[in-house]
Design a protein around this ligand. Sequence first.
Ligand SMILES: [Zn+2]
Length: 142
Amino acid sequence: MTYSSPTRWVPQRAPVSLPAWQEVPLFSALRRGLACRCPSCGAGKIFQGYLRVFSRCEVCEAPLGQARADDVPPYFTILIVGHLIVPSMLIWERLAAPALWLQGMVWVPLTFLLTLVLLRPIKGATVGVTLKLGLLRPEDAP
Ligand SMILES: [Zn+2]
């Protein structure tokens, strides 16, 4: 027999809200981000330009625009490009000692090109990892 009084207060339960976008393992989010695809579904695009992130995934509604990339993509890009360019410069200098103008003609454009090529996938990977870790800024923040 159950007792129920009409005056008894019953807490209202909030509806369980699961994200529409699915959570994936960290490595999958990283890999999909590197491919500039949505870290959650792998089908939608992350970028709507070179580096501008969509506010939401067009396929699964993952809040891509709230993922905080901040200074991480330039940091890792500089780290990687520097570790590729500087040793190559030193090895070439040691082996062939090319003229300074020739080194400038090779290393400056190569550094610029590598930076532009790597920055986008590194930012995608950063968005993937921050989305997976839940490092999201509030929706109304700029
Ligand atoms: Zn998606």
